[in-house]
Design a protein around this ligand. Structure first.
Ligand SMILES: [Zn+2]
Length: 876
């Protein structure tokens, strides 16, 4: 850490000379270090210095004192990505606090700073990790002007040979330029870009000025509305620009697609979708679009589906420009992506969360709006079933575990913002917000959202601000509702009881000593003979009783989740359970069947349904199931049950029947996606010699499945699946597959994974040992694939010995890897295991750790949940 004033080195430099200054800067700093040493000054960082990253205390102090913030930024972007981008930042603000030093965020370090001046005079700044500290004596009690000449850090600039784009979410702007990098210091951004003459550029603001300079062009952009740093953006490079007018507004699309036909094919739909989304949102919110012009940029291999920079949305190109063969699902996904990002112009951009602990809120509101905007245009899709299958299994997979966490989590430093993301935010939060709409009614929710957007426009708000506003629309205690659903972890346990014409729902809190009560709306289905009655129930207190309707006085089954709304750990009554185990496939409504599968799976995990009964029922059901969503759901449960919950003997007994059912499904499937769903399930569960031989013939291209197109990655997967089953020619198969590859990246990936499947234990030992070196973990998806085969259920007995080391590596995995790597690592490590000894290894590891990071502790408990349950069933 450098803690150093730039004394004697100051005076403002023009952008053009920054580069030369930067070169000499390192020398000067070393010189100053030596000088300071001579004077015997304290070189240690001061104890009040801010922590690295953007800590909550620092952010809170700054938000309270800084006002009227604006940035005027200039960047000179050379064509060659390795050449430095020089920049100049002019930052204006007032501050209420002149008794403390001013802390700016900037990560690239001292050798990236050419000069700093405050109020036109050289500043005696100090640099600590991630920050520039300006002495309070230099601050004015009214207007302040800080000017910094710097070399931009490249970490968040995504530079390639002929284009670059910024991606500053959640707090990565300060990796590039000096700023206050927190969501609640909104600022007006003015920008000047100098780029190569044959480049295009786009940013949040309107282009106001354009001139040739040397061998480049200089472009100025008008000052934006107040926006946070994470929404400030620009892209520059070789782009094509398409524009279109819709409803009196001009839209521009920047893209790099060279296939003109493809662009032409998609063009109209893409502009239409933006215009209709925008119009819908203006009507719904009662607030016109507030960010002036509307451009969007299609970026190949963009990190996310899209990013909602106002005036300049960035998209993953592949999601927007579809192939001619695009499926209805792909078109639906595209429409949702566009509606989602457009909805962010209000939810997230106009009103922004105060702190990233509420990032879930903008995501869930954007998704919620997107569904409202898009669903009616796709009447052939069963949207309720799609919502159920898309959210409930995944939300439960975390929320049922002892590693679960609240939707709203603490976040001490924006450095850790990435760790908030996961199934609770993506899958539970949308379920909870849908519940909110059920409780309030759509009109009151809309009214509340309008008040909220209007009251906080161009500002910031928290989830609790929204709860307070919505609370005024209803008699319900929304604060208590929010406490249970959003601020606490877990789900209610709900038991169903029937007595004398009454139906009772009894809820309890699975977490000892907490006694939480959840309020929720359930659409309970009652089955009598041929009729199914829907009974709306509002679960509120510990025991909720409702009279049974006269005609369904003695129902054959009571399915509280049947309408696809209820959320919790349900214990069915015995009659319902045995009814479903006999008659689930006869239920007419696909949504009811989907909900019944989700509920039965939870019952199986809680050991009220035998795994073998579950799988047997699934095989019968698959013969008749015609809804693709339900086939997918059922097959994923079957796969999990087969490998993890069936004892070896049962697995052997059922295997021929299961393989037969899957092959029949493959033959019968009418769509190619359904065929490949069946084929992948077969590939994953095949164990009989006949089945393996069939798979091998397919891989050898000796036999074909009519209508199923197998790609290079499919063949590679088959070769690996054959190999882990120790097919007679395993080694030869791997070798032949290696020579088949046309794509060098896929070949390299295959070669990386191959040793994890070796029949030689020593080769597998060596492969695993290599993973302790971070250099061998750079390609994270490769590592995960290899790890899954290393720990494959068929190899579990030999790979149990790797468990402890795998657990021990987790802290380092988190330190060196991307956001989702720790959970993926743990899942891949534990997914193949189901024995008591494996469970004991995990428990022993957890109890041996002192001061283990809580988020990692939770990840282990999440990933180990099924292992713990399977080990308890005692089948192994
Ligand atoms: Zn979003």
């Amino acid at each position: 850490m450098l803690s150093r004033g730039l004394n004697g080195f100051s005076g403002f430099q023009s952008v053009e000379s920054v580069q030369s200054v930067a070169k000499t800067l390192t020398t000067i700093i070393i010189f100053l270090l030596v000088m300071d040493g001579c004077h015997g000054k304290d070189k240690v960082a001061e104890k009040d210095d801010p922590e690295p990253g953007v800590g909550r205390t620092l952010a809170t102090e700054r938000a309270e004192s800084i006002e009227g913030l604006s940035y005027d930024l200039a960047f000179t972007i050379p064509a060659t990505p390795s050449d430095p981008i020089n920049g100049k930042a002019t930052i204006r603000f007032t501050t209420k606090d002149v008794t403390h030093p001013l802390v700016l965020d900037f990560s690239p370090g001292a050798d990236h700073i050419a000069s700093v001046s405050v109020g036109g005079r050289p500043s005696h700044v100090r640099l600590v990790k991630d920050h520039i500290i300006i002495p309070n004596t230099e601050l004015a009690s009214d207007d302040n002007l800080v000017e910094i000449a710097f070399r931009a850090g490249d970490a968040s600039l995504n530079r390639s040979a002929d284009f670059m784009y910024t991606l500053f979410v959640p707090a990565r702007a300060h990796l590039a330029f000096p700023c206050f990098d927190q969501p609640d210091l909104k600022a007006r951004f003015a920008l000047e870009l100098t780029v190569p003459a044959d480049w295009q550029a786009v940013s949040n603001g309107t282009e106001t000025f354009h001139e040739n300079v040397g061998n480049g062009i200089r472009i100025r952009y008008a000052e934006t509305q107040p926006i946070p740093t994470y929404l400030f953006a620009f892209a520059a490079g070789k782009f094509q620009v398409e524009s279109a007018e819709r409803g009196g507004r001009w839209y521009r699309m920047f893209h790099r697609e060279t296939d003109a036909k493809k662009v032409e094919r998609n063009r109209k739909a893409v502009f239409d979708l933006h215009a209709s989304s925008l119009e819908w949102l203006e009507k719904y919110t009662g607030i016109p679009y507030r960010f002036g012009k509307f451009d969007f940029v299609l970026i190949p291999s963009f990190q996310f589906g899209g990013m909602e920079h106002p005036g300049s949305i960035f998209y993953n190109e592949a999601r927007i420009l579809l192939e001619e063969s695009a499926t209805e699902t792909q078109m639906l996904n595209r429409a949702e992506t566009i509606a989602h990002e457009t909805a962010h112009m209000w939810f997230g951009d106009l009103v922004t969360m105060k702190w990233f602990n509420d990032v879930w809120m903008k995501e869930v509101m954007a998704q919620f709006m997107a569904a409202k905007i898009v669903d009616p245009a796709f009447p052939n899709v069963n949207h309720d079933l799609r919502f159920l299958v898309g959210h409930y299994p995944s939300a439960y997979s975390v929320d049922r575990t002892s590693g679960t966490h609240p939707i709203r989590q603490d976040l001490a430093n924006l450095d850790e913002a990435g760790s908030l993301y996961g199934a609770i935010i993506y899958d539970k939060a949308p379920i909870v917000v849908r519940q909110l709409e059920q409780l309030l009614g759509p009109d009151r929710l809309q009214e509340g959202l309008r008040v909220y957007l209007k009251q906080f426009q161009f500002g910031n708000a928290t989830w609790l601000d929204l709860v307070r506003i919505l609370g005024m629309q209803t008699k319900l205690d929304l604060a208590a509702w929010s406490h249970a659903w959003v601020e606490e972890a877990g789900r209610p346990s709900i038991r169903i009881a029937m007595d004398g014409g009454h139906l009772a729902f009894v809820q309890s809190d699975p977490q000892p000593g907490r006694s939480l009560r959840w309020t929720e709306r359930m659409d309970v289905l009652l089955g009598t003979g041929q009729t199914i009655t829907s009974l709306p129930v509002e679960l509120a207190s510990e025991r909720t009783e409702v009279p049974l309707p006269p005609h369904s006085f003695s129902p054959q089954f009571v399915l509280p989740t049947g309408g696809g709304l209820a959320y919790g750990d349900f214990t069915l009554d015995d009659a319902t359970r045995s009814f479903l185990l006999r008659n689930l496939p006869d239920l007419k409504d696909p949504l009811t069947r989907g909900a019944a599968w989700v509920t039965l799976w939870e019952e199986m995990l809680d050991r009220r349904v035998q795994p073998l009964d579950f799988v047997s029922l699934a095989m019968v059901a698959l013969e008749r199931e015609d809804t693709e969503q339900n086939v997918r759901l059922t097959l994923s449960y079957v796969d999990d049950a087969f490998w993890k919950f069936l004892p070896d003997s049962a697995r052997r007994q059922i295997a021929p029947k299961l393989e037969n059912a899957l092959r029949t499904g493959m033959d019968r499937a009418t769509s190619s996606t359904l065929k490949s769903t069946y084929f992948n399930a077969f590939r994953s569960t095949v164990t009989t010699p006949d089945g393996v031989a069939f798979l091998e013939r397919i891989w050898r291209r000796q036999e074909k499945i009519p209508g199923l197109i197998l790609s290079e990655p499919d063949e590679a997967g088959m070769a690996l699946d054959l190999s882990v089953r120790s097919a007679p020619a395993a080694a030869a198969i791997l070798e032949e597959q290696r020579t088949r590859f046309m794509n060098p990246d896929r070949k390299a990936r295959f070669e990386f994974v191959m040793p994890a499947l070796s029949e030689r234990q020593e080769t597998r030992d060596e492969w695993f040992a290599k993973l302790s070196n971070v250099e061998n973990r750079r390609r994270e998806p490769w590592v995960i694939e290899g790890l899954r085969y290393l720990h494959h259920p068929l190899r579990a007995a030999q790979s149990e010995k790797y468990l402890r080391s795998g657990l021990e590596l987790l802290r380092e995995i988190q330190r060196t890897g991307a956001v989702f790597f720790p959970r993926d690592w743990m899942d891949a490590t534990l997914s193949g295991h189901n024995t008591r000894t494996a469970a004991a290894t995990v428990r022993a590891f957890l109890s041996s750790q002192k001061d283990y990071p809580i988020r990692l502790h939770r990840i282990i408990l999440q990933s180990a949940d099924e292992l713990f349950r399977a080990a308890e069933t005692g089948g192994n």
